[in-house]
Design a protein around this ligand. Sequence first.
Ligand code: UN1
Length: 457
Amino acid sequence: MESDTYKNIVVTSKQASLLWRQIPAPQRGEIIREFGNELRKRKKELAHIITQEARKITSEAEGEVQEAIDMCDFATGLSRQLYGLTMPSERPEHRLQEIWQPIGIVGCITAFNFPMAVFAWNFCLAAVCGNSIIWKPSPHSNKCADAIKDVWDKVTEEHKDIVQILKGGNNEAIALCKDENIPLISATGSTQMGKELAPLVGARLGRTLLELGGNNAAIVCPTADIDLTVKGVTFSACGTTGQRCTSLRRLFVHEDIYSEFIKKLYAYYESLNIGDPSNASSQLGPLISEQSFNVMQEIIKTMRSKGVKITGGERLEIEDPSEFYVKPAIIEVDRIEEEMMNETFAPILYVKKFNDLKEAIKMQNEVKQGLSSSIFTNDLRESELFLSSEGSDCGIANVNIGTSGAEIGGAFGGEKDTGGGRESGSDAWKTYMRRVTATVNHGSELPLAQGVEFDES
Ligand code: UN1
């Protein structure tokens, strides 16, 4: 894609990054702090836009803006902590150290389901590290992107251009991925999308940070607190109408507690309020599109033909007839079905019995994706096994909470088909910088490393 608009965006972003990177990091942090303060002031207004466009319930939409605010606070703190290590040099009067430098432009591709927070994960780190960002939001969340851009522009006239928005679809994503001006592409979306985009970036030896599909599982052990587990499971399976990459898709329940647990799970599902997401009592809004609904129905149809027990899954015409509200589905299976191996971006929860924890962990890990996982237990040995090298193979492993709803302080991302990237907290910032290893000789001799002799005279 070589349109003038695209070229302009890249040129503007590049120029903006050259100015921005000269600002000392703590001062960049100050500007990000102001961005966070402005988001705080406009939290309800921004959440409302999320609810209107992405159809998230009010509380989750506000939580999403909060996630962006938290990222600003995190980046402000980080602005004084972009530490480089100093290592002892083997040579006298030499210093060996790492210096972290900005990389330039970060290309950021985000999905509809976290239209502000995932941008904030990337932008706050990119910006505190001294980079600019070109953001391609999902076509389903352009208004959210405009609203965020508006907040940023109000915070800084001088550096407003470090945020550029590139609206569009596949072509725009492909253009970013192929563009040698963009050293890092951070992309959130399906595994299929990642597999299409990553080779384009790889072909020019660019860097990718991929946060792709999940197929998250939870294991419920005999000592689990059943009421807590039912709530944790339901929030993870039904929150955001099952449209989080961290949504719970598969549940393995120990046979000793299976019947008590499943009864309570059905009862809790029955009590859920499904309806207009701007209504304070709603817990599930509609699916994002008719296409999502159709995909969900296809899976349910296939599972029905297999004769398994399915509860829910049907459409509810409770509001605007153009929207797709569904009853979240529970599908009880006796064996691992092929459909469970794939991520369906809708509220479908497969439930299966187990009798041996190692077997449950094996089933949990036996999918291609590796994003999030949970165990519900009060047995220390079980939770420690789950967190050990023999346990969950995911990037996120939780004990006694569900698979979704991570805080920003930890690094976020997963293994295998999830793409291996890490965003948000911990040391994820390092992906947004280039590492310079510097050896400084402050003596008057030139000793060579490894004792090499070259010039004897
Ligand atoms: C996503 O669905 O892409 O952990 C991100 C969570 C949220 C982020 C989800 N904090 O569920």
